[in-house]
Ligand binder design. Structure first.
Ligand code: SAH
Length: 332
């Protein structure tokens, strides 16, 4: 479950088999959800034996669940006893899952629980794919959309995340439409550029969270590597190349980045760009000193007046520790 269809095709070619067997394996894994290679009955016994000796079809497991209204949070145990979490959300347009991409995170955003827990390792592709498979199995329903906004910086685990996207998007994989998949990054410029060259219609979201470098430097250390003007020029190139609208995420932190002046600065940065702003009400955590902004509506109105598309993210799961990294941090 870490291999994309083309990697699996190359594997079959390398062992002297026809490449269409890759599709058959995808069907067993993702359509029939068969967990035992020996039951892939349309493959010859010798091919099944070869597969079973070359691959280990291992699964992560659900360690804990917490349920709220329209939201369910899963804590997964990995086979090396690390933990990551995913969140299932019920929207009026369907079921969506927020998946983790790393164990911990090295980006160090000051307001984020995941950054408090340093990166232990990248997730393997199969560990991301199985977050969705196990949730679908748990609820007996299909997931319609996926956001890579859980623990971790997806562009710091780029290759595995892209393979994950290819597998969940494939018609014989989990068949989740590319337009229903969103990857959120804190702004790793070289990877934004690389992502723009991919022939996939996947959405990109940027965690901007500040309207000037002074504030962004204070809350997001990544800004010292790639500042606002560098990251916005990468986003402009991405939009020019792909013609796709980008989401600008802006977490509303009380008295930190939520003044009307900040809104005007933000509007100035985004003027004329094919973007929309998603204001995120901050999910307060016991461990960090930040508070949720009291000026979300005013901030939104100021952006609207400047002609910027803006929505406020619906709040899910505050009472079940569903904000970034909070369930795992209770466990470790
Ligand atoms: N590393 C990626 C994706 C993971 S975080 C990124 O930075 O985009 C997903 C989003 O949740 C980011 O915008 C992040 O800044 C935000 N976030 C983190 N902690 C939060 C909290 N306590 N409340 C609200 N949003 C938070």
């Amino acid at each position: 479950m870490s291999l994309s269809i083309s990697e699996l095709e190359n594997y079959f070619i390398s062992i002297g088999e026809k490449k269409f067997k890759a599709i058959q394996v995808f069907e067993w894994l993702y359509v029939h959800k068969e967990k035992n290679i020996n039951n892939f009955t349309n493959l010859k016994k010798e091919v099944r034996d070869k597969l079973a000796s070359d691959f280990n079809l291992e699964f992560i497991s659900i360690k804990r669940k917490e349920e709220g209204q329209l939201v369910k949070k899963y804590l997964f145990e990995l086979n090396d006893n690390n933990y990551v979490e995913a969140v299932l959300m019920e929207h009026d347009y369907g079921l969506s899952v927020c998946v983790s991409s790393q164990v911990g995170c090295n980006m160090g955003c000051k307001f984020c629980e995941s950054g408090r827990l340093k990166k232990v390792r990248n997730l393997e592709t199969f560990e991301m794919v199985q977050q969705i498979i196990l949730i679908e199995e748990d609820i007996g329903k299909k997931i319609q959309s996926v956001v890579v906004m859980g623990i971790g910086e997806p562009f710091d685990n780029y290759d595995n995340v892209i393979n994950f996207v290819k597998i969940i998007n494939h018609a014989k994989g989990l068949s989740i439409g590319a337009r229903h998949i969103t990857i959120s990054t804190c702004g790793l410029v070289p990877k934004i550029e690389e992502f723009g060259n991919l022939p996939l219609q996947v959405n990109l979201a940027l965690s901007l969270h500040a309207s000037n470098d002074e504030v962004r430097n204070k809350i997001m250390p990544v800004n010292k590597a790639y500042n606002i003007s560098q990251v916005m020029s990468a986003i402009k190139n991405y939009i020019n190349k792909t013609n796709r609208r980008v989401t600008i995420e802006y977490v509303m932190l009380n008295m930190v980045n939520d003044s009307i002046n900040n809104a005007l600065e933000l509007a100035h940065i985004l003027k004329g760009m094919n973007v929309y702003v998603n204001l995120i009400p901050y999910n307060e955590t016991n461990n960090l000193e930040f508070k949720k902004s009291e000026r979300i509506q005013e901030f939104k109105d100021a952006l609207l007046k400047c002609g910027i598309n803006v929505t406020v993210r619906r709040e899910f799961g505050g009472n079940i520790s569903a904000a970034c990294g909070q369930l795992r941090s209770k466990e470790v």
